[in-house]
Design a binder for this molecule. Structure first.
Ligand SMILES: *Cc1c(COP(=O)(O)O)cnc(C)c1O
Length: 351
């Protein structure tokens, strides 16, 4: 640390991303990327002309992209916001809406505690139930902003739209942020609730279900006043936050419904098969509504050893050395063939 570093941030513990090795050696099931390429139309739109156009700034209003996004989700163009990955959108939310503190689960997306440090938000941790589900009753007394990843990570468990509505109703003067990074893999979106509630903000990403993790594209959908606040922050920080190529890719991706729905169905099918096969081998596997599964608690094989054994056999999965979940690993759903390899290596570890 340099002697010039802001003293208030000296204790900051940054987020630790999953390992990103050079392509080739590993079957990469550790950061919830898609095993599939973006839709062909997305790949074609980034041509030489568009690369030459990089001499120009991107559209700070992200107009074409946001019009398409609003159309896709059935909301007004004033109700959508684009960010450089949803991590940036979440950062803007913590900065903008957590003055009176923020509450989230003990086991959830690891970036939330980092944002509370950098933006100095008072934090309330609400433990998940014993079975890792969220009980909306546990949030009844909380007045601060609440953020919930739905489905949750790394558990993969879903909260129904009905339960989210209960949260919204509990206290209409409290903002509820729903992080829907994984919603396309079989969960229920909270977006329709925006018609009835102005204390809801939904965050989404193109990283997981639209096969564009490397493009960095995230969004928020909310009432227009909340979106205006996010724009105030963005235009005070980085007006050109989403680059030209990413805006093109995102706009094209939204038009390729058939392609992406086939990708999601494939992931759901492979998830079902992998879950059944791992249960058959004696693992506990939570009921995932995401593109990963959370599995472990094997009577003969610790999660840590399982992760290490997979790594020695060139398969990367994610292990969290955190209380309550240190006997689980998080496994991204890859292709059916990749999951067959994972099962084979796992059987090897068990024998
Ligand atoms: C992956 C993930 C994100 C971040 O997505 P980016 O758009 O790639 O920044 C946000 N929230 C959750 C719960 C995630 O798992």
């Amino acid at each position: 640390m340099s002697r010039f570093f802001t003293s208030a941030l000296k204790q900051l513990t940054p987020y630790v991303p999953g390992e990103q090795p050079k392509q080739g050696r590993f079957i990469k099931l550790n950061t919830n990327e898609s095993p599939f390429a973006p839709a062909p139309a997305v790949c074609e739109i980034i041509n030489k002309t568009e690369i030459e156009n990089l001499r120009l700034y991107s559209d700070p209003a992200c107009k074409t992209f946001l019009a398409q996004l609003a159309n896709t989700y059935g909301v007004k163009e004033t109700q959508v916001f684009a960010g450089n990955g949803s991590d940036e959108v979440l950062a803007f939310c913590f900065q903008s809406f957590c003055e009176n503190g923020v509450a989230f689960a003990d086991i959830t997306y690891g970036f939330y505690p980092v944002f509370t440090q950098i933006f100095r938000c008072a934090t309330t941790i609400v433990p998940l139930q014993k079975d890792f589900t969220i009980s909306v009753k546990d949030y009844q007394e909380i007045d601060s902003t609440i953020i919930i990843a739905n489905p949750n990570a790394p558990t993969g468990l879903e909260l129904s739209q009905n339960e989210i509505e209960q949260l919204l109703q509990q206290n209409k003067n409290r903002l509820i942020i729903i992080d829907e990074a994984y919603v396309d893999f079989g969960a229920e979106s909270a977006v329709p609730l925006l018609q009835k509630y102005d204390n809801l903000l939904v965050v989404g990403t193109f990283s997981k279900s639209r096969n564009l993790a490397g493009a960095r594209l995230g969004y928020a959908i909310a009432g227009e006043e909340l979106i205006a606040d996010l724009n105030t922050i963005k235009f005070s920080f980085n007006p050109y936050n989403v680059n030209r190529l990413t805006l093109l890719a995102g706009t094209a991706a939204l038009q390729e419904t058939v392609y992406y729905e086939a990708c999601w169905q494939s992931i759901i099918q492979t998830r079902r098969e992998t879950t059944a096969a791992l249960r058959e081998l004696g693992f506990t596997v939570l009921d995932s509504k995401t593109n990963f599964i959370f599995a472990g608690k094997h009577p003969k094989l610790s999660a840590k050893y399982w992760q290490e054994h997979l790594r020695e056999n060139n398969i990367l999965v994610r292990y969290f050395a955190q209380e309550r979940i240190d006997d689980f690993v998080r496994i991204t759903i890859g292709t059916a063939e990749q999951m067959q390899t994972l099962l084979q290596i796992t059987k090897g570890a068990l024998s």
